[in-house]
Ligand binder design. Structure first.
Ligand code: COA
Length: 701
């Protein structure tokens, strides 16, 4: 149903421009001019109350007067007239509105924007914008925008939240020689958003890859779901990852959950390839729009120069696709197509003598070999060879191999002739780049895409043995007490209700009770101040460890109380926690934030100094399956510490993964209540011995 409505917007058979103008300096003129010049084949209806003819087209004073059906209407009247003109468009039966006009939500005029959306929906119309450049499609021969021309034709679609950038990228398609089938300006996303476009473009026969320039989502989860379902590659360039998350956070996790980490996690979970900058967005769009995903890790590189070969090996390692030696029989085969002083290892170096035949024959042999999952061909321009010949040899070899489910990327380093040859390759659907690093980055993105897609649709797990009522009771009591920070004991009780292994912790309100509880828990114990006003207990001198007997317990009780009062005289002190002293283990941190874009988000990392100084943490939008939790454990830099280094026994990673998964399910279950939380430290023991949550913090919404 939705796709059908977007068809009217993005694949219109007829189009009106409301606010068309005879004045060449106005956007309403440029849009009509662009629609005509782009060769749109359906009827074009300029709408203006006082003109008769614009650029040879008959003008209608109102959209209601147009003789035929109107699928899409481009709006170029000032903001104050938009509501009334779309009412008329609705009555006419228009399906999609391309609202170029600025002056809505982006300048705080949110009410008008909401009214416009409500009015459009009343008539079943969908809106692109407002505050956009428009939409351009080579296949539809339609430039319904004020960007100068249709982009260089290509196979991918580019959706941009920045209008100016869209125009700039439109022009850059010609200089960069990377074409796009469509450019769509998305502006304020009052109605149609990234998720809608991903869904629609995924079903558009003319689009093979979906590239996005993103400043922010209104609904991160909606995007995640759409991207997860997409059958075509989605590439995202997200800007504004530096400032987000700078807001004061009450937990470790909150302070570490910057946009770069959270968006990065979300993209990975959704199988979205992340571009690093604008140039990279072009480069990856080219590869992902022309080539299939790379289904295994075996990359073959064929080169005529040792230098670019070594550079490619460096790049392959950098982009997580390290080169491997090909099997003997493939090496033997390759040796037939190079001089005796060539090398059949990876990269296969055909030497500077390599011409058309050696390139052709070795590529054909390599590409059709079952060991090879992907191929990068490198070429340095020499006086012995003609770049165009080499390009043709590459293409012929690929075609003759009959292989269509493996990717290939190419890099020619040389002058104008190399450039022309690369252009020819691109026109023949083989992505070619000016440097080996870029060609390897591009093919590694095709590998990364396949890797992500393999795990995107893992089923979610429901955790069992959860006492949600108990957790809610604790939260409710704290709220009634006027607090939004749970005490350690309360936080641990919530964790316990979700089956997390927390250390036994009891609250003593007097010195005598402290001794009594210490004997119940069993020495040695840890004693900690319990006060909603003292979150950083150690800083306040509120923690004593390794208390071994009654006497030490009494002394610690008095010291902790005195320190707490000195730290904050009016602190509301609940008492002193008596806690079992957990044996030493590897310190890790588990935590959560309720991200404004993606909702409950889970963090895991090494604890103690590692989290404070090295920030060695990783994120996932919750929930998190046990399998995904295991990947979180293995992807931090400190993973070897948990896997067991220098003769140390491996830590209990299975229980850790299960605990992360449980925690992540808990924060989804309590998403309306919990804003941030930490289990820090969590001590992880040897395999088979589990772990203990030693300290806990929960901040309520
Ligand atoms: N129906 C049809 N046409 C109407 C109309 C109506 N109800 N009301 C006014 N018009 C006509 C005007 O008469 C004018 O035509 P004319 O030149 O023949 O007089 C035309 O619509 C445009 O109106 P005008 O008042 O001249 O506005 P403008 O062209 O100066 O500006 C916008 C209109 C939409 C371009 C401007 O308000 C705007 O939003 N600019 C920013 C757009 C932008 O940058 N967007 C992308 C950001 S990335």
């Amino acid at each position: 149903m939705e796709s059908v409505v977007l068809d009217g917007l993005l694949r219109p058979k007829s189009i009106a421009v409301i606010g068309a103008s005879t004045d060449p300096s106005k956007i309403g003129y440029t849009v009509v001019d662009n629609i005509i010049k782009s060769g749109f084949e359906g009827p074009i209806y300029p709408i203006n109350p006082s003109a008769d003819e614009i650029l040879g087209l008959k003008v209608y004073s109102s959209i209601g007067d147009c003789p035929g059906e109107v699928d899409a209407a481009v709006i170029t009247v000032p903001a104050k007239f938009v509501l009334s003109v779309i009412e008329e468009a609705g009555k006419k039966g228009v399906k999609g509105l391309i609202i170029i006009t600025s002056g809505f939500g982006e300048v705080g005029n949110k009410e008008l924007e909401a009214e416009v959306v409500a009015k459009a929906h009343e008539y079943g119309m969908r809106i692109l914008g407002p505050n956009i450049v428009g939409t351009l499609s080579n296949a539809e021969k339609l430039n319904a925008s004020f960007a100068p021309v249709l982009p260089l034709p290509g196979k991918g679609a580019l959706v941009s939240q920045s209008g100016a950038l869209l125009i700039a990228m439109d022009m850059a398609t010609f200089t960069r020689k990377v074409g796009f089938e469509k450019l769509i300006s998305i502006g304020n996303m009052s109605d149609v958003d990234f998720a809608d476009l991903v869904e629609w473009l995924d079903n558009d026969d003319n689009t093979s890859c979906i590239s996005l320039y993103i400043e922010g989502f209104k609904d991160g989860r909606k995007f995640l779901n759409a991207a997860k379902k997409a059958k075509k590659p989605v590439i995202a360039l997200k800007s504004g990852v530096s400032a987000h998350g700078a807001a004061a956070a009450a937990s470790h996790t909150g302070s570490l959950a910057g946009a770069a980490k959270v968006y990065g996690a979300a993209f990975q979970q959704a199988g979205v390839v992340q571009a690093t900058d604008l140039g990279n967005l072009f480069d990856l769009s080219l590869a992902l729009s022309l080539q299939p995903a790379m289904k295994g890790d075996n990359l073959m590189v064929v080169t005529n120069g040792g230098g670019v070969g070594v550079l490619s090996a460096d790049a392959a390692e950098k982009y997580n696709l390290p080169l491997k030696f090909a099997p003997k029989e493939l090496q033997e085969e390759l040796k037939k197509h190079m001089p005796p002083f060539g090398s059949a290892k990876t990269p296969a170096d055909l030497t500077g003598m390599a011409g058309y035949d050696w390139y052709h024959d070795s590529i054909k042999a390599a590409f059709s070999h079952e060991w090879v999952d992907g191929l990068t061909v490198l070429y340095c321009e020499t006086a012995m060879t003609n770049p165009m010949d080499i390009a043709k040899g590459i293409k012929k070899a690929i075609d003759e191999s009959g292989v269509t489910d493996k990717p290939v990327t190419v890099s020619f380093v040389g002058g104008e002739n190399s450039e022309k040859a690369m252009q020819w390759l691109v026109e023949n659907h083989i992505p070619a780049y000016a440097g080996p690093d870029v060609a390897i980055h591009a093919i590694s993105a095709l590998r990364e895409y396949a890797r992500m897609k393999e795990i995107v649709n893992e089923p979610e797990e429901k955790i069992e043995n959860v006492d949600r009522a108990k957790a809610m009771e604790i939260i409710k009591a704290a709220r009634e007490d006027g607090r939004n920070a749970l005490t350690e004991i309360e936080a641990k009780d919530v964790f316990r209700a979700y089956g997390l292994p927390v250390t036994t912790t009891k609250l003593s309100k007097t010195e005598d009770q402290a001794v009594e509880l210490a004997n119940e828990v069993g020495y040695p114990i840890v004693m900690k101040i319990v006060s909603p006003d003292i979150l950083h207990k150690s800083d306040a001198g509120g923690v004593k460890v390794n208390i071994k007997n009654d006497e030490a317990c009494r002394e610690a009780y008095q010291t902790i109380m005195a320190n707490a009062k000195a730290y904050k005289a009016d602190a509301n002190i609940h008492g002193v926690a008596i806690q079992e002293m957990a044996p030493w283990g590897t310190e890790v941190i588990l935590g959560s934030v309720n991200d404004s874009t993606f909702g409950p988000t889970m963090m895991f990392g090494l604890g103690g100094i590692f989290v404070e100084v090295l920030k060695d943490v990783t994120f996932r939008v919750a929930p998190v399956s046990t399998k995904s939790a295991a990947r979180m454990i293995s992807e931090i830099r400190g993973a070897p510490i948990l896997a067991g280094v220098r003769g140390e026994a491996p830590r209990d990673q299975a229980v850790l993964a299960e605990t992360i998964s449980r925690y992540a399910n808990m924060i989804v279950d309590l998403a309306d209540e919990v804003s941030e939380s930490d289990a820090n430290p969590v001590l992880v023991y040897e395999e088979g011995k589990g772990l203990k949550v030693v300290d806990a913090r929960i901040i309520l919404k």
